[in-house]
Structures are given as structure tokens and as C-alpha cells.
Design a binder for this molecule. Structure first.
Ligand SMILES: [Zn+2]
Length: 468
């Protein structure tokens, strides 16, 4: 017996509200008795962290394997996506299929189509979803019980993540199980992984508001020539982003740099260095153990600039906008995943802008000061939500002061309800597609045919992104 999954027209990645369809092929060399064939669409967020010595008291030891207790490892595995479809026998009451029935399939090849629609929000908080997860096993750690013990949040499905082998990963896959009635014949399974990238949830309408970070700049004059003190420029420099501060995967940073002069008759000011770093922080949580994993992406770095800013004749208060051509063609590295927050993992970002200024005369300038300016930013996938979802969510944005994060995270559940309604609409379609993050791999769990998943985190052959 051999069973396989073939996905129709698999795109580079799937997103929320996409339909994933395909077929199961079952090849039999002889007649076989089958109870049922189930296809599951699963997403899991797994974390595993070593516990510091003496940190066992807050975690139910009955939820840990003996091996984990011995090794002092704390784990969480959240079924953020769990959908089941029985493709054989079809659950059509007219066919008279009943629990416990056994069907004999003839030798040869059999095909069963399947189809799922990927929801917007994670499902592990949903008690109905938890009940669908295979329950407690005798003498073991039932996944259903584990799901009930964890702390869950209802959040948009997180992106696939594989940058932390053995510590944290988010995987999505389709799995088929051929159930066989004989105690002596194990069920057959096959798994196909797929990449997932969340849609960008509808945002409030754009406005002209900006967020900014500002610092003064000044230079140390040459004390040997006090007569030159008045020639030393001083002022302030702003780095600005549209509000709310959201960067988009694979797009340039929508940054503006504004220099405000607060001196007159000073020497020429120059921009001499510009560096943009995206600083990611992944919070990995497993039981009562938490670890922060930092990452730094060098978006751009140039230190050979001699770009005049304004002119010596500028009056105090003059504002000069630095030419965005320096960075407006440089996209975020494609290894940057969107920000996300799920039960046991959170990814956040800061944008660090470093502006180097100097003054003097052409041919006689040198870097004098570096101004660091830092923002908290969100990174979105850039995958447009379907128009139906935007329309459905529009009334929520008429409410003053509504923040999307608050609405999703807190007691206001109107947005998930809209999203769930759209997710059940078979006609709704996803939006524009972009290149996917290179961090994430096609990532089904390793699964030998004829055996169940071990539940252990596997090391992943994909190298981590290149950090600075
Ligand atoms: Zn959860």
C-alpha cells in the first residue's frame, strides 16, 4: 500500500482565505480493508527551551515526558490550524457509512480529491478545535490534553518559521491517514508541507500623520581656534515614518529624514553616513521558560557619502528633507518575516536609523557625529486582504481610537468574527502575491510512512538568515 498527497497548482506560499486543494492517491497491490481515509490541514507552533535549574515548580510535571524532565526541557506545541476532512467514505448520509464500518478497496489506484479553505485566525483557542485534536492516549501525553493546558490567544495565523532549529518553528502541512481496522496493520500516513504567509489585515485609512524620532546634532569645535566656534553647525535631525509605523516585506522603508538647522552662517553641513538596520526580536515561550532571540538585518549601509545638506546661507529653522533616493529603491531583505504574536512565539521589530554628519568645505570634511534614531515598527506581509474582508471590517474602523491589535487581542471580538465569516465564504479570494521570506522552508514534519510523528523538533537544513 502506498498513499501520497498531490496539491493542485501549489503557489510559492499560501495565505489566509486561500483554498488549498489536491488529491490523495492510494495505490494497492492487493485488496485491502480500510476504515476511513482522513485528510488534515495542520499548522503547529512548536517551542522547546531548556529550563534553568530549579525552575520546575510552575509546570505540571504530568505534561512532561520523562526524557524532557530528565533533560530539563520545556515544550509547547500549539495546533494553530487544524482542519479535518474525511475523503473516504464520504460523509454523505445517503451512502450509509457508519462508525466502525470496514470497506474493502480493490487492488489498483484510487484517487480522492480534497479541498480546504485556510482561515484568518489561529484555532487553538477554539475549544471545538481542541476537541478535534486527537485526545489523551493511555499512559502518554495526549495532544488534546496538552492543548487544554496551554495558554492560547486568538490571533492571525503566524507565518511559517524555521530559523531556530530545535527551539522554535511554525510549520504547515497537509496530512493523510489511511485508517486500517486490523490491529496488526498500522495506519498509513503521508505529509506534504507548504509555506504560509499571512495576509495583511485591513488597516485604518491612510493619513498624513507621521511618527518620528528626533535628536539634536552638534559638533565639538576645535578649541585651538575659538574664532571658528560660530561656524560650527548645530540643529536637530528627525527620522520619520508614516503613522502607524508599518514596514512591508520586500518593500523599501518609507523613511523621511529631515534636518532642521538651528544655527546661521555656519559651515556647510554634510550627510556622510547612513545606516538602516532592522532589529528583530523573537520571544520564544515554553511553559514558564522564556527566551529572546535577537536578529539584525542590515537594510542599507553607506559611509562614503559627502552629500551637502542645505547651504551655509540657510537661516535658523530651515528644514531640509534628505533625498530619499538613497534608500527608496532598497527593499527589506527577503528573509524578514512579518511581525506576529501567537501563543508561544512573538516576533517584534525595531528600525534603527544611524545618520552620520560632518561639516567643512568640499575636500576637507570628515565624519564628526553619528545620530542614532530608533523606532518600534510592525512588519506586514504586504499581501492585500480580499476586498470582501476590507468591506466587512470597515465599520470597525469607524470607531474612534480603535487599534487593530487591541481589537484582536482583547475582549472585542468583532474582527475575528468578520474574518471567520469571510473564511467560510467559498467565493472570497486572496490578494496580490509577493516573494516569500527565505527564512521559511517547505516544512512538513518528518514522517515515515507507516509511523506516527514523533513530536520532536527536527533540525532543519535551511541555514539561518545572514545577520550582521
Ligand atoms: Zn495556542
Amino acid at each position: 500500500m502506498s498513499v501520497r498527497i498531490y496539491i493542485d497548482n501549489a503557489p510559492p506560499f499560501y495565505s489566509n482565505l486561500d483554498t488549498i486543494s489536491g488529491r490523495i492517491t492510494l495505490s494497492l497491490s492487493s485488496d485491502e480493508n480500510i476504515s476511513a481515509i482522513l485528510v488534515k490541514l495542520e499548522g503547529e507552533s512548536k517551542t522547546a527551551l531548556e529550563r534553568p535549574p530549579g525552575a520546575f515548580q510552575h509546570w505540571d510535571p504530568s505534561l512532561m515526558t520523562e526524557k524532557d524532565q530528565r533533560q530539563g526541557v520545556s515544550r509547547e506545541n500549539h495546533k494553530v490550524l487544524y482542519k479535518v476532512s474525511q475523503v473516504f467514505p464520504t460523509q454523505n448520509p445517503g451512502l450509509g457509512a457508519t462508525a466502525g464500518s470496514v470497506y474493502t478497496l480493490r487492488a489498483g489506484q484510487h484517487e480522492y480529491p480534497f479541498r480546504f479553505k485556510i482561515p484568518v485566525y489561529s484555532g487553538c483557542l477554539d475549544s471545538q478545535s481542541q476537541q478535534l485534536v486527537p485526545g489523551m492516549k493511555l499512559g502518554g501525553l495526549g495532544k488534546g490534553r496538552q492543548q487544554l493546558q496551554y495558554t492560547h490567544v486568538k490571533q492571525p495565523l503566524p507565518p511559517s518559521l524555521t530559523g531556530f532549529p530545535g527551539e522554535a518553528e511554525i510549520r504547515y502541512y497537509a496530512k493523510v491517514t489511511v485508517q486500517r481496522p486490523s490491529l496488526f496493520k498500522a495506519n498509513r500516513r503521508w505529509v506534504v508541507g507548504f509555506r504560509f504567509m499571512p495576509i495583511e489585515l485591513p488597516r485604518p485609512p491612510p493619513s498624513a500623520n507621521e511618527v518620528y524620532a528626533r535628536r539634536p546634532y552638534s559638533f565639538q569645535p576645535n578649541s585651538a581656534y575659538p574664532q571658528t566656534f560660530k561656524l560650527v553647525p548645530r540643529g536637530e535631525v528627525d527620522a520619520r515614518l508614516p503613522s502607524p509605523a508599518v514596514l512591508t516585506c520586500n518593500e523599501p522603508v518609507p523613511l523621511r529624514i529631515i534636518v532642521r538647522k538651528l544655527s546661521e552662517g555656519s559651515e556647510q553641513l554634510y550627510l556622510m553616513l547612513l545606516q538602516l538596520y532592522l532589529i528583530g526580536s523573537t520571544e520564544v515561550r515554553a511553559g514558564d521558560v522564556v527566551r529572546l532571540e535577537p536578529h539584525v538585518w542590515n537594510v542599507m549601509s553607506t559611509n562614503r557619502l559627502v552629500m551637502p545638506i542645505g547651504s551655509p546661507s540657510d537661516t535658523s529653522g530651515t528644514e531640509i528633507v534628505v533625498d530619499t533616493a538613497l534608500w527608496d529603491h532598497i527593499p527589506l531583505p527577503n528573509t524578514v518575516a512579518p511581525s506576529f504574536h501567537i501563543c508561544n512565539l512573538t516576533r517584534k521589530y525595531d528600525l534603527d536609523v544611524r545618520i552620520g554628519l560632518g561639516y567643512g568645505t568640499p575636500g576637507n570634511t570628515q565624519l564628526q557625529t553619528i545620530i542614532p534614531l530608533c523606532f518600534q515598527v510592525d512588519v506586514s506581509s504586504g499581501i492585500s486582504p480580499p476586498a470582501a474582508l476590507v468591506t466587512a471590517m470597515a465599520p470597525a474602523y469607524d470607531t474612534p481610537c480603535l487599534q487593530l491589535g487591541d481589537a484582536v487581542d482583547g475582549g472585542m471580538d468583532v474582527l475575528p468574527n468578520y474574518a471567520d465569516a469571510i473564511a467560510n465564504d467559498p467565493e472570497s479570494l486572496g490578494g496580490e502575491r509577493r516573494n516569500f521570506s527565505g527564512v521559511t522552508d517547505l516544512n512538513a514534519p518528518d514522517l515515515e510512512e507507516n509511523s506516527a510523528p514523533t513530536g520532536d523538533l527536527k533540525s532543519n537544513p535551511v541555514p539561518p538568515p545572514s545577520y550582521v
